[in-house]
Design a protein around this ligand. Sequence first.
Ligand SMILES: O=C(O)CNC(=O)[C@H](CS)NC(=O)CCC(=O)C(=O)O
Length: 283
Amino acid sequence: MASFKAACVQMRSGRSVQANVEAAEAMIREAAAAGAGYVLTPEMTTILDRDKANLLASIGPEDIDPSLQRFRELARELGIHLHIGSMAIKLPDDHIANRSFLIAPNGAIVGRYDKIHMFDVDLSGGESYRESATYRAGDTAVVADLPWTKLGLTVCYDVRFPVLHRTLAKAGAAVIAVPAAFTKKTGEAHWDVLLRARAIETGSYIVAAAQGGHHEDGRDTYGHSMIIDPWGKILVEAGIEPGIIVADIDPAFSASARQAIPALLNERSFSLPEIPMVGSFAI
Ligand SMILES: O=C(O)CNC(=O)[C@H](CS)NC(=O)CCC(=O)C(=O)O
């Protein structure tokens, strides 16, 4: 299997779809010019907004969404696999999907994934998120074909659920995409450790494109887009500013990492004796 260059586009998406799409397009062009054959943008590339009314007024259903159309044309023009980490997509009855799209160089959508795990979390200091109040969760894991290997699709908070990543790796993904809009607070504490752990456990490359900085809707995100190899080494890492990072991906290295530590093969099933669960784990 041949090597290829992967790029992450780091963004600071605001409340205007047009401005976000223009910013994304400029950086996607830069990544293609740097030789990337696969380019990943962050979660909520086209709009980052906690106001559901403005979200609904700004987005469309998938089949007529002008931003998605434009990204398909861009992938065709540049001859790249363009992975829009996620976009808000209007569903019937004012529901919204947090949906990821992999676009092939011919402009066709060849991978589509709805974020499974919703970020319903209360952080200290009054910062609170109820993603499930705005978005409808997906329930299906997705592995898509790249010319060089298979790609596992995830979005942001999914990174905290290791079984999803093991499932993607066992389905043949040597690369797992983690587009994100991690909060500054949780990112500082957890981001690199979570990503490295997912790489090490699965023997996969992790390509993580982030939102970073202070956003128009008032939130602060962590940034630090990174590409990690299957042995857990950070190959390249961004700071807080928008921009691109690029690294070489060698699918054969995933195979050799899995050979060195065959944890995917050594996994065993086990029984759980019937003892009372402790504390808050009892449901
Ligand atoms: O709401 C939107 O506009 C788009 N969605 C997000 O930004 C989502 C849900 S609020 N953010 C995360 O999943 C952050 C996870 C995170 O920070 C962690 O796991 O620590």
